[in-house]
Design a protein around this ligand. Structure first.
Ligand code: FAD
Length: 400
């Protein structure tokens, strides 16, 4: 069923999450006509997330202090032999507030925002002509829109995977699934996040406790092959009720909200094609070591806007013209992410030698600055040479 005559815009952005709304805002500010479609009732409503990311990104896009949950000054990582503490400058947000705020910002900049509109199909007729089919989630009616570029900012299970160029790069064996619960009471102190890399939880996975204003955001997650073995919800229950390091902090607290979601921890090699760009989780732009993707989603939106603007100016929407976007991403964070992907592969392989190995490798490589050479050897030999100790506090960590 067609709803109305075919609409036309320069750009269709599929998904008003972080990447989509920021890209929409940046493009609309340049006078480009942008249609921003969100399948949910409002942005962030069903998003599962810890909501932790670097403050400079928050400051760049948020002017309203009420969006902030907590300012975070320390990352505390719990490892089998003790904890490692890093200074940081981060924030926590609730995604249902943050994403909605960003979508409203895009609208205020001139983008046409429509909620409860799910993009269900698209066809690239030729570079510069894309026909997308949209389903009105309320009425179930289908309608069509014609655009010059379609931007996929629609999260892990992106519609872009209809295109074999993107589909063949998917590597779901490196994806994770995680549950994020909100539970009553913010932890004390409220400017620290606790991250548990403990093999008794998962050989390659983690648990977390992040503070919000009035609640705690807690969760557990691991790579998909691990999850086949034990249901994640059961693990989260264990994390709250009986896991020694966390039960004393969490036991008996009322659960306020429950959500789960995929974390696509494998970035695609090709991020664009004729008239198509992939941003954020749709492109697997997530740290495979820490499961963090918010900073990358913002970086990707920022990298995409000038490329789209140029394509519209020159009326060149070919894959070759849009390749600039891939190059910008590579420069901003792609190379770093690829190094992390290599390390993640080694870590996952190391599980074959015992369940302590993934965290040993992570500690030596990612937290190595905290340990002397001798203590790094102790980590690798742990537990036979005793507990490794750290040499210094107060170092900042880049844990995207
Ligand atoms: C449990 C969990 C905890 C996490 N914790 C953190 C954390 O603390 N810090 C961090 O940095 N990262 C975290 N991440 C990762 C982070 O949530 C993602 O990397 C980030 O949300 C990516 O943003 P995005 O805009 O690319 O995609 P999304 O946030 O997934 O947004 C996609 C949007 O598109 C909409 N959409 C989807 N399909 C369609 C469609 N067909 N039509 C229209 N709209 C559509 C969705 O409803 C959504 O609003 C976590 C992930 C999970 C699962």
């Amino acid at each position: 069923m067609e709803r109305n005559a075919k609409q036309k815009y320069d750009v269709l952005i599929c998904g008003a999450g972080i990447a989509g709304s920021i890209a929409a805002k940046l493009l609309a500010k340049k006078g480009i006509s942008v249609l921003l479609l969100e399948k949910d009732e409002y942005s962030g409503k069903t998003n599962a997330c810890g909501g932790l990311f670097d403050r400079p990104y928050f400051n760049r896009y948020v002017k309203d202090g009420s969006v902030l949950e907590q300012s975070i000054k320390k990352n505390v990582f719990f490892l089998p032999w003790g904890k490692v503490v890093f200074d940081c400058d981060q924030v926590t947000v609730k995604r249902r507030i943050f994403d909605r705020y960003l979508a409203e910002q895009a609208k205020a900049a001139g983008a046409k925002l429509m909620n409860r509109q799910k993009v269900v199909d698209y066809q690239v007729k030729k570079a510069g002509q894309v026909l997308a089919t949209v389903k009105d989630v309320n009425t179930k009616m289908l309608w069509q829109v014609e655009v010059k570029i379609i931007v996929f900012a629609d999260g892990p299970n992106s519609l872009a995977f209809k295109n074999p160029v993107f589909q063949k790069q998917l590597k779901k064996q490196y994806w994770a699934y995680a549950y994020a619960y909100e539970i009553a009471q913010a932890p004390v102190p409220s400017d620290e996040v606790y991250i548990y890399f403990l093999p008794d939880l998962y050989p390659w996975g983690y648990g977390w406790i992040f503070p919000n204003k009035l609640e705690s955001n807690i969760g557990v997650g691991s790579i998909l092959p691990e999850l086949d073995k034990e249901p994640l919800k059961q693990k989260l229950f264990y994390f709250i009720e009986s896991f020694k390091p966390t039960a004393k902090l969490l036991q008996g607290r009322k659960i306020v909200d429950k959500k789960g979601g995929y974390i696509p921890m494998w970035m695609l090699n090709t991020l664009s094609d004729d008239s198509q760009l992939l941003l954020g989780d749709a492109a697997g732009m997530v740290s495979p070591l820490f499961g963090a993707g918010i900073d990358y989603a913002i970086e990707a939106a920022e990298a995409s806007a000038p490329v789209i603007e140029k394509a519209i100016k020159t009326q060149n929407f070919s894959a070759t013209s849009l390749k600039d976007y891939d190059q910008q991403v590579e420069k901003r964070f792609g190379l770093e992410l690829k190094k992390q992907m290599l390390l993640a592969r080694i870590i996952i392989f190391s599980k074959k030698f015992g369940k302590l190995w993934p965290v040993k490798i992570l500690a030596v490589v990612a937290f190595g600055s905290k340990y002397t050479r001798w203590n790094k050897i102790k980590i690798l030999a742990y537990p036979w040479l005793g507990k490794p100790t750290i040499k210094s506090e107060n170092q900042t960590i880049d844990h995207k």
